[in-house]
Design a protein around this ligand. Structure first.
Ligand code: 5BU
Length: 262
């Protein structure tokens, strides 16, 4: 796989996926490829962190179902912050069911994810119907989907032919599938440009006690050609200065990107 040398701005112009275009444009303008994964269980904490990291991120990643006091006002506040700081919202829902079920999980229930999350993601394990189901809800709302082609955790089964089949599935739905969650760039075919987002990024630790594995922004963006670093506990973990860490990861991610395109 060759490393992409094009800037985010050039890729925005060339992209045929509306949301990828928007994402690349935003990254170029705001000069950040950092996404913060805010895995906290209280609404107030989620909003507080989102407001603090807002100026430094292109994308806020949520796990909305872990928030104990979730209500519609949380969604309204997140949308307001997204506008205020100019970032997109990614609900890391990891859908994994048949098309008809994911349609309902995406549009309905308490969370109504499709109504507020610009981006969500899905495991390719059920086959292509999962994309068709999600697309029927998301595309009319200008949403985008990432397929989980790889995972950052030790022993992940998403490797080899599974990852290859995921790329083929994405190619058949380029209007809705904007790219992959993966540890590296997966395709450099002429005329297509999937965005790659990578979790498992840390500057200080190598992992956690439950299989998470961290690599540095330089490895992920520079050597492996990914586009967005997703950082959670490295930024908001115990005793951390959230703003200081967000700036530090933003700078590290951007430096790795500049080193790659030059
Ligand atoms: P951390 O605190 O930086 O380890 O958080 C990583 C986040 O990314 C967390 O929300 C996970 O659910 C998410 N994640 C991941 O760690 N690895 C993966 O392969 C995927 C998502 Br997909």
């Amino acid at each position: 796989m060759s490393i992409v040398r094009k800037s985010y701005g050039e890729r925005a112009k060339l992209s045929t996926n509306d949301l990828s275009k928007k994402m690349f444009d935003l990254m170029e303008k705001k000069q950040t490829n950092l996404s913060v994964a805010v895995d906290v269980t209280k609404k107030r904490e989620l909003i507080e962190i989102a407001d603090k990291v807002g100026p430094y991120i292109c994308l806020l990643k949520t796990h909305i179902d872990i928030v104990e006091d979730f209500d519609n006002d949380l969604v309204e506040q997140l949308k307001r912050l997204a506008k205020k700081h100019n970032f997109l919202i990614f609900e890391d829902r990891k859908f994994a069911d048949i098309g008809s079920t994911v349609q309902l999980q995406y549009s309905s229930g308490i969370y109504k994810i499709a109504s507020w999350a610009d981006i969500t993601n899905a495991h390719p394990i059920p086959g292509e119907g999962i994309i068709t189901g999600l697309k029927s809800i998301g595309l009319p709302l200008n949403r985008g989907l990432l397929l989980l082609a790889e995972m950052s955790s030790a022993g992940s089964l998403a490797t080899g032919s599974y990852t290859d089949a995921t790329i083929s599935m994405a190619r058949r739905h380029k209007d809705f599938v904007m790219g992959f969650v993966a540890g590296r760039r997966l395709s450099d075919r002429e005329g297509e440009d999937f965005i790659t987002m990578s979790p498992g990024v840390g500057l200080d630790d190598k992992g956690d006690s439950m299989g998470q594995q961290y690599r540095t922004p330089k490895e992920v963006i520079g050597a492996c050609g990914s586009d967005v670093i997703i950082v959670g506990r490295g930024i908001y973990g115990k005793g951390k200065d959230v703003v200081k860490e967000a700036k530090r990861y933003r700078d590290a991610g951007w430096a790795a990107y500049l080193g790659r395109i030059e």
